[in-house]
Design a protein around this ligand. Structure first.
Ligand code: PGA
Length: 256
């Protein structure tokens, strides 16, 4: 059985103080409720170390929201995987739509980051998702295929054990407009089929596919109940314990 993963993408939000407070509140969630749920929080780079310290002793894991694909050297402003590892973080979100569409990252950049993340033994959370005009133009599946092919180029079946896919329709991110459970499940089923064709049934069955885009306490249970939805990547609602903890609990309720 695939273990649910509920991940919080804090984006460029929080302060050191509010991030530590939020992380501590999440770390205190009753572990009985979350036995079958892996919880991940992804603060901004400067807060990785204090957040790792804040969740120490709990099951909560910490990830970064990006990385660079070179090992070190003259790359002003970038952060290497060894630096991220050094903070105690264990995951990296890659290919988020804001990085694709605001920061102009290409599938090739994302692929190099995925490969470097895996080479360093960290978990890669690869985000894919279509724009509104791509959905209305019936291009959703073609876009997802291209992002999967590009992002996972040269990633072996063995390395897929450390890859999580996040389906995040761009039109649903930060807009309050969530994909319907049926729309989410259809896209996830397509991605699972892609994994089966590209890798194997075993890889397709073992790989977790998260949904992201306006997930909140009121819709989490319905989304997470879908056959192919194995967790959530949560933006806005991950910034307060009042919103994020019920989403974790929804995963715990379904999987228990
Ligand atoms: P949202 O963001 O939950 O605020 O829509 C999701 C994401 O960008 O990962």
């Amino acid at each position: 059985m695939r273990r649910y993963l509920i991940a919080g993408n804090w984006k460029m939000n929080t302060t050191r103080e509010s991030g530590v407070k939020l992380a501590k509140a999440i770390a205190e969630v009753n572990s009985d409720t979350t036995r079958n749920v892996e919880v991940l929080v992804c603060p901004p780079f400067p807060y990785l170390i204090p957040v790792v310290d804040a969740v120490a002793g709990s099951e909560v894991k910490v990830g970064s929201q990006n990385c660079y694909f070179e090992d070190g050297g003259a790359f002003t402003g970038e952060t290497s995987l060894s630096m991220i590892k050094d903070t105690g973080a264990t995951s990296v979100i890659l290919g988020h739509s804001e990085r694709r569409h605001v920061l102009n990252e290409t599938n090739d950049d994302i692929n190099r980051k995925v490969l470097k993340t895996l080479e360093n033994g960290l978990q890669a959370v690869l985000c894919v998702g279509e724009l509104l005009e791509e959905r209305t133009g019936n291009k959703t599946e073609a876009v997802l295929d291209e992002q999967m092919e590009g992002g996972l180029k040269d990633v072996s079946a063995e390395a897929m054990a450390n890859v999580v896919i996040a389906y995040e329709p761009v039109w649903a991110i930060g807009t309050g407009q969530t994909a319907s459970p049926e729309q989410a499940d259809a896209a996830h089923a397509h991605l699972r089929k892609w994994l089966e064709t590209r890798y194997s049934e075993e890889v397709a069955n073992a790989t977790r596919i998260l949904y992201g885009g306006s997930v909140k306490p009121s819709n989490a249970e319905e989304l997470l109940s879908q056959e192919n939805v194995d967790g959530a990547l949560v933006g806005g609602a991950s910034l307060t314990p009042e919103n994020f903890i019920p989403i974790i609990e929804a995963g715990g309720k379904i999987s228990s």
